[in-house]
Design a protein around this ligand. Structure first.
Ligand SMILES: [Ca+2]
Ligand SMILES: [Ca+2]
Length: 385
């Protein structure tokens, strides 16, 4: 399988995905699914989403400043060392000090409540110490915290990888940003000294700290210390992809497989990142297929003798350039990495701009008892930012 197919498979079946077979990944939260249960796709420790936010099926968790994820007390068990990594996007334009990406520990106010932090293992996009992303670790309730500071301020609105390792044997914490080691700081105690009573994403043990405003794409916990190379590889491989856009015109008309074919988008809705991949599944095996696109939605039943429904209107472009018409694979899937600067339209190519909405479908060949026919997936509407 290609890397994309592995990613897509991981998304579709919500299985674990990790770059390093040797690293002991013990918990992984990709934020796929819907509702308020944050599912552990490797271990069995689910979290619950509090504060009003709900998972929306995209694989990206939006936090509005008072939303947070709570994991059960005793999360870390007897683990002495470990690595914690997250992909986060911070969007708080007031750029306050000390919002938390994660904060595992306990507070003076007890279970479930913010007070004064007693012990904690925390990651923030900005500390007062440096104005940069910071790991702050305090493993006993007296004395000061141990910190590892990033070299540069967080970039607002940019997805960032942050990782913290605590090595009990070496007696050190390390902070990484986007796969690059920022600072190593000595520490004397290990994770068994942490009182992991309040284990939160997006919320601080301290009453006075701001909530986290932005989004989380993935959070992972390892039972061992990732090497610098492993952290760099994890950053390079990236999180399990996020679904992009909203499907509509669903379900599609059933085809010869007995199911209706489905379209999906993965990657980023940021026009400037130009990293949207379209996929279609539940196609007949080895059928010719291509994607179509329009800025307008429509609803035309059985156009030109097709068995399906055309869910686009207005000017409709077709992805039929070199390499774009495809034959579905054994699993009945196709995928196409789009060039958002080259959206085909009847009068030439146009570029996707922030604020634009484009609608997609896939058309495909199929067979029926009465002979060859064609069909369509459901529709996907993507608003770019
Ligand atoms: Ca995710
Ligand atoms: Ca809220």
């Amino acid at each position: 399988m290609t890397r994309l197919q592995i990613h897509v498979a991981a998304v579709l079946v919500t299985t674990a995905f990790s770059v390093s077979a040797s690293a002991q990944l013990v918990h992984q939260y990709t934020f796929h699914g819907t509702g308020t249960v944050v599912t552990d796709s490797v271990g069995t420790v689910n979290g619950v989403l509090l504060g009003g936010s709900t998972l929306d099926g995209t694989g990206r968790l939006e936090l509005d400043g008072n939303d947070y994820v709570e994991f059960p007390a005793g999360f870390l068990g007897s683990q002495a060392s470990g690595t914690f990594e997250a992909w986060y996007t911070w969007t708080d334009v007031s750029v306050p000090n000390w919002p938390r990406i994660m904060d595992f520990g306990n507070s003076s106010a007890g279970a479930g409540a913010q007070g004064s932090g007693l012990t904690y293992l925390a990651l923030t996009p900005k500390s007062v110490d440096s104005g940069t992303p910071t790991a702050a670790v305090r493993l006993m309730s007296t004395g000061s915290s141990t910190k590892a500071l990033a070299a540069s301020p967080a970039q607002l609105g940019v997805e960032t990888h942050i990782a913290l390792s605590l090595d009990a044997t070496a007696g050190a914490i390390k902070l990484y940003i986007d796969g690059v080691l920022q600072q190593e700081t000595s520490i004397s105690l290990d994770l068994t000294s942490l009182v992991d009573e309040n284990n939160w994403l997006g919320r601080s043990q301290f009453q006075g700290d701001p909530g986290f405003e932005g989004s989380l794409t993935e959070f992972r916990v390892y039972a061992d210390v990732l090497s610098e190379a492993e952290v760099a590889a994890s950053f390079a491989e990236g999180p399990v992809p996020t679904f992009v856009g909203q499907t509509y015109c669903s379900p599609s008309v059933t085809n010869s497989t007995g199911a209706g074919a489905k379209i999906f988008g993965i990657g980023s809705p940021a026009a400037t990142e130009n990293s949207l991949v379209l996929g279609a599944r539940d196609l007949p095996r080895f059928s010719f297929s291509f994607f179509i696109v329009s800025s307008t939605q429509g609803l035309v039943n059985q156009p030109a003798g097709s068995a399906g429904v055309l869910c686009l209107g207005g000017a409709i472009g077709r992805y039929v350039g070199p390499g774009q018409i495809q034959q579905s694979n054994l699993a009945g899937e196709i995928e196409l990495a789009l060039d958002l600067t080259q959206i085909p339209q009847p009068n030439g190519f146009v570029a996707a701009l922030p604020g634009d909405t484009w609608n997609y479908q896939a058309w495909y060949r199929d067979s029926s008892p009465s002979g060859p026919t064609s069909n369509f997936t459901d529709g996907l509407s993507v608003t770019f930012n």
